[in-house]
Design a protein around this ligand. Structure first.
Ligand code: AQP
Length: 332
């Protein structure tokens, strides 16, 4: 059974892009693969976080995982910092990566530009930690949005390099699994930037816990262009984004959605997109609240997941430590 693995940062509550580009696509893997799905709080602190908010966001995100259909009986669900092997392997991988390859990462360039002269070192090393997340579990398939493709390439490069240097099968070489529709949901306030948890612009992001009213308001204000009627030719990035959102929610192609709107006003597209999104998110919102009502049970699920994750993680880490020459009684 091939291993499938993916994760989301707990920098804020999860949003529509996380759901359509990632979470929603994880659910079907659970029946036929060995799955590890987790919440990456070590990644979250690569930029400053309020500790209380980080803890709350981690719990809410865990509840959202369950509400979206991740099943702790089928998948291993856990919080990254509860498995210390992630940070341990990350160090070894850091010593097998170069400043040059890390400097080329687009996400680093984008995110570091927001920090002036004080760029957090964690932002630079983020992709190495992500490589550790993946390689630790010998994951074959990694379902992600297309913004993560470059980081996946780096994980493949480091794994290949270490397999060649030490031992042929030290790491499974992972493959990104990128959905055709919904792989990049854009900000509603700036359709040239992807929808993001930490976007400070009002109305830019649809959070999975937003009320139906807030969702309607955000879509009504979504930035489009100065036109008013949808034509059958090229459309602006904002309109395209709304087509993609509907398509990902309804299991259609954006072209099919577009065809249904030719000759109609922008206003209809906005209102109807909000309705469709609300239909998808309403049950998730309700379930999330119910799960959060029993935090003890939620924490028990995460603890159990971390214990199971550590068994696999330790095995890989022991093999890596042996390969690089770290001594243990067990290696004699
Ligand atoms: N806008 C998006 N459209 C489609 N997929 C997306 N993903 C993120 N944003 C979109 C996918 O969600 C998974 C988890 O991503 P993440 O939250 O861990 O990291 P991120 O890509 O940095 O997401 P954010 O929202 O932009 O977080 P912040 O603001 O904290 O940096 C990944 O599979 C990602 O592709």
């Amino acid at each position: 059974m091939a291993t499938v693995l993916s994760a989301i940062q707990t920098t804020n509550q999860l949003h529509l892009g996380n759901y359509l580009g990632a979470l929603k696509n994880w659910i079907p893997y659970q029946d036929e693969h060995r799955c590890f799905f987790f919440l990456v709080d070590l990644h979250a602190i690569t930029v400053p976080q309020d500790p209380q908010a980080l803890a709350e966001n981690t719990l809410i995100s865990a509840a959202t995982y369950l509400a979206c259909g991740l099943d702790p009986q089928k998948s291993t669900l856990f919080v990254q910092s509860a498995v210390p092997e992630h940070a341990e392997l990350a160090w070894v991988l850091t010593c097998h990566s170069s400043m040059g390859e890390l400097s080329r990462m687009t996400q680093f360039k984008d995110k570091s530009s927001k920090h002036g002269a004080h760029i957090p070192t964690g932002l630079f090393l983020y992709p190495v930690l992500m490589a550790a997340d993946i390689l630790l579990y010998q994951a074959k398939y990694v379902p992600v949005g297309d913004d993560q493709k470059q980081h996946l390439e780096l994980a493949r490069d480091i794994a290949g390099r270490m397999n060649q240097q030490y031992q042929k099968n030290l790491f499974t070489i992972p493959e990104p699994m990128i959905q055709k529709v919904g792989a990049r949901i854009m900000s509603l306030a700036n359709p040239d930037a992807k929808m993001s948890k930490s976007d400070p612009q009002a109305g830019a992001t649809i959070f999975l816990t937003d009320s139906a009213k807030d969702i309607e308001k955000k879509f009504k204000r979504a930035v489009t262009d100065s036109g008013s009627v949808i034509t059958d030719g090229d459309v602006s990035a904002g309109i395209k984004n709304l087509f993609s959102i509907q398509a990902a929610c309804l299991g259609k192609t954006p072209e099919q959605v577009h065809a249904g709107y030719v000759g109609r006003q922008y206003g209809y597209l906005k209102v109807e997109t909000a309705e469709i999104v609300n239909q998808v998110l309403e049950p998730i919102r309700t379930q999330t609240a119910q799960i959060l009502a029993d935090k003890g049970q939620l924490l028990a699920i995460l603890d159990d997941g971390a214990t199971r994750a550590r068994e696999t993680a330790r095995e890989t880490l022991n093999a890596v430590y042996n390969s690089v020459g770290f001594i243990r009684k067990s290696t004699l």
